[in-house]
Ligand binder design. Structure first.
Ligand SMILES: [Zn+2]
Length: 153
């Protein structure tokens, strides 16, 4: 019989220093600042890498400024480049962003009609032209919530 609790270690969060439970792989989300402890993110400290949506260095800066670890649109695109399947919410609606075979697709998460999705040839085009309800995504990004890696629903 294994002792569940024994599999966890308590370490100081790399971003805020508060104690956080991590698993055998050193992974765990900080309840205080939201940073996911991750060796990869510390190693590539200027990159956005799963499971965090901002780089380690940016997370430290945001935390010092008392700001949430919220990704900019550029951070989100870096996450998309890394992970290929992303999601975010705007005015209570969940959207999906997919990148495959050099096409970036944006649409409401559960929309099955391909004609209702937007398609972009590259990240820059996505950044400049993606829109929601007639507004450019880049202009409403501050009001976007839960921008994150896509999870299975
Ligand atoms: Zn923390």
């Amino acid at each position: 019989m294994s002792d569940y609790k024994a599999k966890f270690t308590v370490i100081p969060c790399a971003v805020c220093g508060q104690l956080v439970d991590v698993d055998n792989f050193g992974q765990g989300k900080c309840k205080h600042c939201g940073w996911h402890q991750s060796e990869i993110c510390l190693e590539y400290s200027d990159m956005v890498a799963y499971p965090n949506m901002v780089s380690f260095n940016k997370a430290k800066t945001l935390y010092k400024q008392g700001l949430p670890l919220k990704p900019s649109l550029d951070d989100f695109i870096e996450g998309l480049d890394f992970y290929k399947e992303m999601e975010f919410e705007y005015l209570g609606v969940l959207y999906g962003v997919l990148w495959s075979r050099n096409i970036i697709e944006l649409g409401e998460y559960f929309e099955k009609d391909p004609a209702k999705w937007q398609y972009f040839d590259n990240f820059e085009e996505f950044k400049q032209k993606a829109y929601i309800g007639g507004k450019l995504l880049k202009d409403i990004w501050d009001d976007v919530t839960n921008a994150d890696y896509m999870i299975c629903r």
